[in-house]
Ligand binder design. Structure first.
Ligand SMILES: NC(=O)c1ccc[n+]([C@@H]2O[C@H](COP(=O)([O-])OP(=O)(O)OC[C@H]3O[C@@H](n4cnc5c(N)ncnc54)[C@H](OP(=O)(O)O)[C@@H]3O)[C@@H](O)[C@H]2O)c1
Length: 336
């Protein structure tokens, strides 16, 4: 790569989170991007390959030989591992291994897509244990303990995608009054952060563009920390349709049909059974308990300073995306 055009390897670049990162990096031709995919012929891989400046490497991300090919000639790395596919244990291994390979290959800046370490925030009370958060949280602790020379590192700690309101978080008609849409969650009076994916991509771009500020930083991003009562009110304000929040118990939540089999284990792509795997029920119980008890915090003044034109509320996001509460697929895994 020439000195003025850095090559960024984006792990997870065909996914819901990776695509806006690739788009933000290539929007003005400043960066070239390499994306690993298991299937270069998939619609997602073809879509990302059609962006000028993007090259595709076909292979399995969770394989040392593929990664060695992928790291060759790269300046920067953005890594979003897929904990739902590989399970918490493998996510911890590969997060640390990616960091080690980045050092070995002389990468200048390693950016890790983190999530909150729920168990630690909850003082290891098992009610907060959330495999897909904790796995990335543990890797975040490892990276945070490393020096920023010779390789800079940054962490972008995110949260639920606002775009999940089209699928995982979507409302359903109240059986007693089908005109009213119900946003149901076991959230009590807690606030849950949501992040607009376009802005997530722009934060990633800022991290690479602004190493003097971003190196050694764990930036916790979000659009708004919102209670579900306010979510329903925002929906009514934007669409004119009646909506309400139903605070459900965890038991009731898992009967809503959001998880076809709540007792299935997370880690499905590893092709083996593993006693460390947790079920969707265990995982998402810890997950909702984490937000219900407001264990996390974002610095919105800092986020405003970094992206002054960010989408600042979920109501604004609903207007921007013409949100109407219908179902659409955001996650690759959600449609399969
Ligand atoms: N859902 C949310 O609200 C949310 C919020 C923050 C963070 N996250 C985290 O984001 C990660 C998932 O990324 P995403 O949201 O971009 O998901 P996604 O839209 O479902 O995309 C999955 C990505 O993982 C890649 N992948 C590599 N190996 C895979 C395998 N064995 N099985 C399935 N996919 C594989 C896919 O690449 P190919 O198919 O092209 O090979 C694709 O790039 C998870 O760790 C999750 O915890 C999710």
């Amino acid at each position: 790569m020439t000195a003025d055009k850095k090559l960024v390897l984006v792990i997870g670049g065909t996914g819901a989170q990776g695509v806006p990162v690739v788009q933000a990096l290539t929007s003005d031709g400043k960066y070239a991007v390499r994306v690993i995919t298991r299937n270069a012929a998939s619609a997602e891989a073809k879509g990302i390959a059609s962006i000028p400046g993007v090259s595709i490497l076909e292979g399995d991300t969770y394989n040392e030989a593929t990664l060695r090919k992928a790291f060759s000639g790269v300046d920067y790395v953005f890594a979003n591992t897929n904990g739902f596919a590989i399970g918490e244990k493998a996510e911890i291994f590969w997060g640390i291994r990616l960091y080690e390979l980045a050092r070995e290959f002389g990468i200048e800046h390693f950016v890790y897509a983190g999530l909150e370490y729920a168990s630690k925030l909850g003082h290891f009370d098992p009610k907060y244990r959330t495999g897909h958060l904790d796995g990335k949280g543990k890797v975040t602790e490892f990276i945070s303990a490393q020096p920023t020379t010779p390789m800079m590192w940054s962490i972008l700690t995110s949260c639920l995608y606002a775009e999940g309101l089209w699928e995982f978080l979507r409302p359903f008609p109240d059986p007693q009054d089908p005109e009213t849409l119900v946003f149901a969650a076991p959230l009590g009076d807690g606030l849950c952060p949501l992040i607009h994916l376009d802005d997530y991509g722009r934060y990633a771009r800022w991290v690479f563009d602004t190493p003097a500020r971003s190196s050694g930083l764990n930036l916790h991003v979000g659009t708004e920390d919102i209670g579900w009562k306010d979510l329903a009110s925002a929906f009514t304000a934007v669409t004119g349709r009646k909506a309400m929040y139903r605070n459900v118990s965890l038991d009731e939540y898992f009967t809503l049909g959001l998880f076809p089999n709540p007792d299935a284990k997370i880690g499905r792509s590893s092709g083996q059974d593993d006693s460390t795997f947790v079920s969707y029920r265990q995982n998402f119980s810890g997950f909702w308990n984490t937000w219900k008890d407001n264990l996390t915090k974002r610095d919105y003044a800092l986020l405003d300073a970094i992206l002054p034109d960010r989408v600042k509320s979920i109501e604004e996001w609903m207007i921007k995306t013409s949100y109407d509460g219908t179902r659409a697929f955001v996650l690759r895994g959600a449609s399969s």
